[in-house]
Design a binder for this molecule. Sequence first.
Ligand SMILES: [Zn+2]
Ligand SMILES: [Zn+2]
Ligand SMILES: [Zn+2]
Length: 349
Amino acid sequence: MLAFACPVCAHLVTFESVRCLHCSSRLAYDPRARTIGAISDGEAGDGLLCVNARLASCNWLAPEAGALCASCSLTRTRPNDRDADGLGGFARAEAAKRRLLFELTDLGLPVESWRERDGGLAFDLLSSASEPVSTGHADGLITLDLAETDPARREPLRVALGESYRTVLGHLRHEIGHYYQPVLVPPDSEAEPAMRELFGDERADYKAALRAHYSSGPTADWQQRYVSAYATMHPWEDWAETFAHYLHIRDTLQTAAAYGVVVEGPAFATADEAPLESDPAAAEGDSIARMLAAWIPLTFALNAISRSMGAQDTYPFVLAPAAMRKLEFVGRTIERASLEPVGQRPQRR
Ligand SMILES: [Zn+2]
Ligand SMILES: [Zn+2]
Ligand SMILES: [Zn+2]
């Protein structure tokens, strides 16, 4: 994430700001200009703001008066107006989704909505209090159980499943990884054999893999090859987990760079490649190798700082060389897709 300044008084504001705490200007995020701008209360009332401004605490400008913004319009289903609990979770999920969308656009990844084409990106944000909901992805549709936005319900699950990290943004980054897998590595494309080489053959029986994962768990040495235990279940899950980590790493590095954070100590843990450009497109040389070289010392520092606050590690993972090679592969497919103009992106052969 980038750091933003109030356009009126130049004080620091955040991606979520709706009002400047210093000069009280009303603020909104403009997804086309990718900046925080000032709007008058009249303009907000005239419908410049997303119509979900109140319902989803959305601070994005809409493309036209009385419309949903580019992020909210991707949501196909939300809790109904009488479900107060569900709507609270919906607002928290939309906040995480705006961060996801910011990064996807920042990476230059194509975001095609379900409103534009069959199989386009759609979100069903549903409350499992009223119906069974399973978080997942199928044919462009990402379903999120809004219980995941409530720490009192998410944390017991995280502990029961033995996970070191579980967040709404993490779920969204994992599921969007499933969405981009066939976009970035189309079936029968040149990249497909290389993907199978690294992640395994994704044609393996998914249901059998799921059963095996929940009955016998991951192999003892999974940390040597995977970013997480869940990634061991099936090549598709390995891709999605790795994709999520790529987004975690790139976003956190971008934020560090935007705030001028450079890790210069202790001497044995510094990065040769830090600081990273806050605009990755402006970074020279091999940006993925630079990213990973800057990431390791930053995680040492961030985890140490978290522990000083009595909190859990910011990045509670160890990246083995095999997992880094997968991250590199994901990063390169993203770079390729974002460098090529729409229409020249990888096509099926
Ligand atoms: Zn201000
Ligand atoms: Zn919105
Ligand atoms: Zn998955």
